[in-house]
Design a protein around this ligand. Sequence first.
Ligand code: H79
Length: 435
Amino acid sequence: MAKHNRTVAVAFCLLLAAACGRAAEQGDLGYTPAPENLEARQWFQDAKFGLFIHWGVYSLLGRGEWVMHVEDIPIAEYEKLPPQFDPTGFDPDEWCRMAADAGMRYITITSKHHDGFAMFDSKVSDYDIVERTPYGRDVLKMLAGACERHGLKLFFYHSQLDWHHPDYYPRGGSYSHGRPESGDWQRYLDYMDSQLTELCTGYGKLGGIWFDGMWEKPEADWRLGRTYRLIHRLQPQALIGSNHHVAPFPGEDFQMFEKGLPGRDPFNKGAGISALPLETCETINHSWGYDRQDHWPKSTRELLHYLIRAAGNNANFLLNVGPKPDGTIQQDHRKRLEAMGQWLRKYGDTVYGTRGGPFAEQSWGVSTVKGGRVFLHVLGPDAVITLPEIGRPVRSAALLDKTPLELRATPLGTVVKMPENRPDEYDTIVEVELE
Ligand code: H79
């Protein structure tokens, strides 16, 4: 008996040690989100729609934010860009008005992209907008003030990958033109933590931090636990997410997907779909940073359907614009955002504050649910739609103006007859009552 107990105790210790080892690797033992953080997660899930902004000195070239890597531009050449960056047309209130009119509830903007250039007044580096550009102003601070005035929350996109900092070493697979074959990784992480401290202390209450770039060195020690604890200590309500394409690590508060609905994004490395709030991001045209050759924006219909499908899949939609180097936003992109806002003013009730509905996505569209009300979003011209069996019979179905729709129970599920005249060109919304 004693021997058996010892065996059990040893086995338990081994298990515990293994579990601790795994958690220690990720640098965080038992993350418990603060009450403010849990509340912010609810807010985030209710908010549903945000504006993503990729803006930096790369915008000057108009060939996307990856131009330094794609054209293999030497650092000394790239450093000639900041002295040309003078966005005299930048009006943060105008950006916020545009976002709010589009029905967006938050903005996520690049504080630093892979090129390493800080779009804010950093004291731990001189490679920043205040010290290197003729404009000389902290655009993030200006935007933070405007967000406050327009009731929008502000998130910072921050690249962990850095093509400029000498201590970003060992490097990953991207840009390396003539960079030194040495560098102090821990010192780089200290630098990143210092910049994050600046971002978490000088810009008011943040919505969160949106990390990107650790996918380049998935095996490296990123000291995630330490960095995440720092952010959570300074800004308990700030939501941390990271675009690493794998399952969320402890300390993260939402899970994101790039260019695809949850689990269907092209970069997915078996990330699964976690119980955290979800967000998917996409561009209006084909580029994140300004691309002056890309005149092919997605249609309002396609963008609205993306938002609605995201909601039906229990996720937020973070839709990107890449402002021009002068700080203005392309007219054709603005027009689409305006149209989305018009639609949301009519039908937002079936999107904001909802969660993914009881019917999984079907060929006809998606469902959302809010306080027991179930909405079907029929996105195609289907004459009839079939609701799969979910163990709760469908009692009735009606358009939002209460026009009842005919139902028929079949072995495949409940068939709903769609009206001949559709009240809306993008989405026929049907409210169903379940038993
Ligand atoms: O910030 C945006 C992108 O810059 C970043 N994540 C989003 C949110 C991102 N990092 N990596 N990727 C996206 C995918 C990389 C695509 C690439 Fe390419 C293919 C890089 C080089 C070849 C596409 C084509 C981008 C530049 C050329």
